[in-house]
Design a protein. Sequence first.
Length: 702
Amino acid sequence: MLVTVAKHSGFCRGVQFAVDTALGISPENTYILGELIHNPVVTEEVAKRGIVTVESVSEVPDGATLILRSHGVGAAIYGECEKRGIRVVDCTCAFVRRIQKIVKELALTDKTIVITGRSTHPEVIGLNGWCGERAVVIDSPDSPLISELADKNVAIVSQTTFSEEKFDKIIKNIEKVCKKTVEIFKTICYTTKERQREAAMLSEQCDAMIVLGGENSSNTEKLYEICAARCRNVFRIAGADGFEPQKIKNFKNVGIVSGASTPLAQTQEVLFKMDNNTEVKATNEMEEVVAQMDNGQSKLKKGQLVTAIISSANDEGVAVLLPFFKKEILLEKDEIECEEYKAEDYAAKVGEEIEVMVVSAANPVKLSQKIISQIKEEESKIAAIEAGEEFDVVCSGFNKGGLTASMGTYSVFVPAKEIRMGYVKELDKYVGKKLRLKALEIKKSDRKKEIIASQRVILEEERAARDAAKAEKEAEFFANIHVGDVVEGKVERVTNFGAFVSVNGFDCLAHISDLSWSGVKNVTDVLEIGKKYEFKVLKIDEENKKVSIGYKQLQPQPWDLVADKYAEGDVVHGKVVRIVPFGAFVEIENGVDGLVHVSQISHEWLENPTSVLNIGEEIDAKILVLDPANKKMTLSIKALLPEPEVTKVRPRRDEDKGGDKPRNKKPRQPRESREDGGFREWTEGGVGGASIAEMLQNKNDN
């Protein structure tokens, strides 16, 4: 036979305190209001000490001592005892005191107070006494009283030993009916919940169940109902005397649960009786329970999570109760999860459950609430990291294989090949620097917790993302740009051959030759870095990802404006920029040159313009011919000079020498008459203007 004993067996903390008080107090002139607990063995033992059980305060003499049991009493009882000088020894359960406080505060509101529980139970009677007996007591999900709550604001509390399953059903039915607010206080005792859950679990797994507890015990009755609903063979007994081993000898799996009013000794007696009459194969759980029966203390492990009950609070911290511990354990204030610890805040939470972790299982036991949130936060982060979330750490060291760091209780290792894209030789340079990582593997065990991580994968992912985004952006850019388009761009940087301009995020080149019609030496003479301009698209090379743009193409050419600025006969000022055998080119303005033919430089005969003009010399001249369409302008310096009184004729060279030697004479060129009556005999172009192409051709010839 396999026997399983529920872990939550024996007295609950409230009952244990009441029993210890009754068995330790002086019995002289001492009374108990109502049955101490619903267990005849304990009741008889208390009575043997001479303590009298009464059903009403009126039976207690003035000045006597009155023990109030764990069920609690109404507010009126305290008032009567104070009036008559009766000394009260209050053994009210911490959970019950909490509910009394809730009911008392609710009584000051317009809410209808609902107590789920049995109306005749002393705890419910006592709770009702804290709200002027006006609470609605409901003990069943089918209660007709539920329908009367439809138009009321409702607040619900529960008897500490009430069925959790029934409580949930009652709440659902009230919420269905009630049209106004429903405030719920879950006040069923922690140990009651655990007993009921264990009873449900064991009764589903076992062939037979033994429910041990007094006949008048409400919580034992709930355990029996739970087991009977899930197991066909359920035996309820008050103690070992009523146990008949032969009734269970043919079952393979037997479970044992006991009520909160049943001492562990009685459960142990049943086990011994089973052991003497049947072949019992105990489970680990049973052995643990038996051990607890012997020493009253569970075997805690470091790192174990335990649900504790707040029993009191002081300046040092909060006293809590653990399952099977007879004594309270101090949860130090530094280990409590709160912004600022105040004893009065936690004194108001007496009876509430909190989760704590065993930091040390040695004597004394050390608990912490704060570390739970830290570990939970860390594990939540680890779960996210395990799912692929990026995290960062500061490198604290290195070894032959790579870099080391830590994150909470986890060590972090980054293999050398996972640091970045490419080989890393000097690992020490990473110490003290932040690493962006993704987990490759997470190792968790009791001895070691380690994350093996990589920074390289992040860098590769980012590069791939950048490349993909760039490719997508480029594809969109080339799909929407055409030769001849006018686009706006920002000058990002300049070189000696041009400017790189960002057009919709793509770098285009504006060559220096396409910046100005007159030509420039420096890009910054035309464009300013960081400034936006409009450009014309000149060439697109999608294969090589190149786009050429021009700035001058959107600017008027200097010759386009000449007709509006100048006219034939105007006198202009300019600078000699080039001299050729047939004349000199004069820059009137940037991009606009005029030709002064050698015949228009001086009234005198000139073999070469350089005899009277120098490059860079500034002169005034008259416009003789203006042809903007062909970009030609003919100028005359001579026209601005006064006519000479005598025309000097240069003597012939052979006559100067006085010789008779004949010479080879060049035939005279035809002379053209001038408007002023003279003649010109130059043949290199007369007064005709020279185009830019002619100037460049002459430059190449020289």
